[in-house]
Design a protein around this ligand. Structure first.
Ligand SMILES: [Fe+2]
Length: 178
């Protein structure tokens, strides 16, 4: 079976994700045997569950602009929207690189400071503003206007968007490399 056939059958509910993965694994083995001379194809199939996050500008995301003190790491292929922001020595300052925005996905924000360093974010939720210090997690329900902008510090800010209505496993299969 080809990946496309497996994806269609999965969408039609003919297979559970584990069965679809077994079929993808078999398809990958076929492909690697056909391309035996190409060693890079002889990989473990579950390698497809490991994603490399690459440096991707903040300005590629709607309602966001680049800011000097943040490096954003992201994988286009990851089934959910997961962005990891490395904050480097942000001097205390009001910043507005993230505009107030809304989306239908729920969002989780995680603020982790470096050892012995406070990382502080200005978080707006609807009409209320909070100064949130590491280490904190923020749950943003779907449809809530929000923005998060670093005020000062060093560490990591992780943003994960969830969408219970979308089939993330389908996206996972679709992005599977065989
Ligand atoms: Fe958001």
């Amino acid at each position: 079976m080809t990946k496309e056939e497996i994806l269609i059958a999965y969408k039609e509910g003919k297979y559970e994700i584990s069965e679809a993965l077994s079929l993808l694994s078999a398809a990958a083995k076929d492909t690697s045997e056909a391309l035996a001379s190409n060693e890079s194809k002889n990989k473990n199939i579950f390698q497809n569950m490991i994603y490399e996050n690459v440096l991707t500008p903040l300005s590629t995301v709607a309602h966001h602009h680049d800011v000097e003190c943040i490096e954003r790491y992201f994988s286009e292929k990851f089934p959910a929207h997961l962005a990891i922001h490395r904050v480097n020595d942000a001097p205390e300052q009001k910043r507005e690189y993230t505009e107030l925005h809304v989306h239908q996905e729920q969002e989780i924000n995680i603020i982790v400071g470096d050892k012995d360093v406070d990382l502080i974010y200005e978080v707006q939720l609807e009409d209320e503003t909070y100064y949130v210090k590491s280490n904190s997690t923020i749950w943003i329900p779907s449809g809530i206007r929000h923005s998060c902008n670093v005020v000062k510090g060093s560490g990591y800010y992780i943003a994960l968007r969830l969408n219970p209505d979308s089939d993330m496993d389908e996206r996972f299969i679709n992005n599977f490399e065989i």
